[in-house]
Design a protein around this ligand. Structure first.
Ligand SMILES: NC(=O)c1ccc[n+]([C@@H]2O[C@H](COP(=O)([O-])OP(=O)(O)OC[C@H]3O[C@@H](n4cnc5c(N)ncnc54)[C@H](OP(=O)(O)O)[C@@H]3O)[C@@H](O)[C@H]2O)c1
Length: 301
């Protein structure tokens, strides 16, 4: 009997997580915590929920949640920071609060799945960081510089954040976006990162511009071959010749990297995820599967 508790279950990321956990073959029970909506059906708050998702929001304390096998925090970072010391069972924090905390394992399975398996506390990566890091890993820092030009659906800011996104594209955080240092854990060459909010609910694209690529490393077989080889055994990273879009990314539990334009020296390609899934909930389930010793893609493919 495996049970999970999701704090922030009424929010955008928490809602996706509850849906994935409720249909997960090895999870027997999910407590979906909402302080505001306790006692209400998930369909009242999220009318787009699948009809066969039967969840009533509950309100439990962090201490009570320790009776579960695993706790997820899909709440604002300052609240996650305060909550984490009270959690003694397995913990996955979807917020940015612990991504640089040495007591937590950074939960990007494509880079450190062995460490995740032995962890009790995992910090789920940021959505932009996931798309950018997955795009950068096969390049192995064999380039002069890279620019990550990112676009996200407005759900990326949570349900209470208001952007002027209608009929608009809104650049923000040009100098100091909090996810830029996460990318810097893996990209050791000079890089820029510019996020934009666009007029779509969900989905996230990183259009990646690389200059000064090492031709000896990538020239002969083309850039896509290097990505194909790097991600051949990764079940949740798809490499393709076609350019992925926000629409093709939405609803996908994994990442898609494609549209490779490469002249032997500089390159442009696109890394696409759903910010609420591989950028949050499906990545958290992937991490849970590792922590619990289950097949990594259980409940996801
Ligand atoms: N949205 C994304 O694409 C995304 C991607 C990656 C990571 N994240 C991270 O995931 C977390 C949640 O993001 P979100 O977009 O889902 O936010 P959201 O839509 O604003 O939802 C957050 C939820 O947290 C609950 N909450 C707020 N303060 C709380 C507290 N002190 N204790 C317990 N629950 C509290 C609220 O539910 P009640 O008031 O009903 O309890 C609220 O519904 C954030 O830390 C965010 O940075 C989000």
């Amino acid at each position: 009997m495996t049970t999970a508790v999701v704090f922030g279950a009424s929010g955008f990321a928490g809602h996706e997580l509850v849906r994935l956990l409720a249909f997960h073959p090895s999870v027997d029970g999910v407590v979906a915590v909402s302080r505001e909506h306790a006692g209400k059906s998930i369909h009242v708050v999220h009318p787009d929920s699948p009809a066969n998702l039967h969840v009533i929001y509950d309100n439990v304390t962090f201490e009570q949640a320790n009776e579960a096998d695993i706790v997820f925090l899909a709440i604002p970072p300052e609240d996650a920071k305060a909550a984490a010391p009270q959690i003694t069972t397995r913990l996955i924090d979807l917020s940015p609060a612990h991504r640089f905390d040495p007591a937590f394992t950074y939960g990007l399975p494509e880079t450190n799945r062995d460490a995740i398996k032995n962890s009790k506390k995992v910090a789920n990566p940021g959505c932009y960081a996931t798309a950018c890091i997955l795009a950068a890993l096969p390049l192995k820092n064999q380039f002069a510089a890279v620019a990550f030009d990112c676009k996200s659906g407005y759900s990326g800011g949570g349900k209470s954040k208001k952007y002027d996104h209608e009929q608009n594209v809104v650049p923000y955080g040009l100098q100091d976006h909090y996810q830029k240092p996460e990318i810097g854990k893996y990209v050791t060459r000079p890089y820029t990162f510019v996020p934009h909010v666009v007029d779509a609910f969900r989905g996230l694209l990183a259009t990646v511009h690389v200059v000064g690529l090492d031709v000896s490393a990538f020239g002969s077989n083309g850039l896509q071959s290097a990505f194909d080889a790097f991600y051949r055994d990764e079940p949740l990273v798809n490499v393709q010749p076609e350019v992925p879009t926000m629409k093709t990314a939405a609803g996908n539990n994994g990442a898609t990297i494609g549209g490779f334009a490469f002249d032997g020296q500089s390159a442009v390609f696109v890394s696409a995820i759903d910010n609420l899934l591989k950028g949050a909930a499906s990545q958290a389930v992937q991490n849970m599967n590792r922590m619990m010793g289950w097949t990594e893609t259980e409940g996801l493919i």
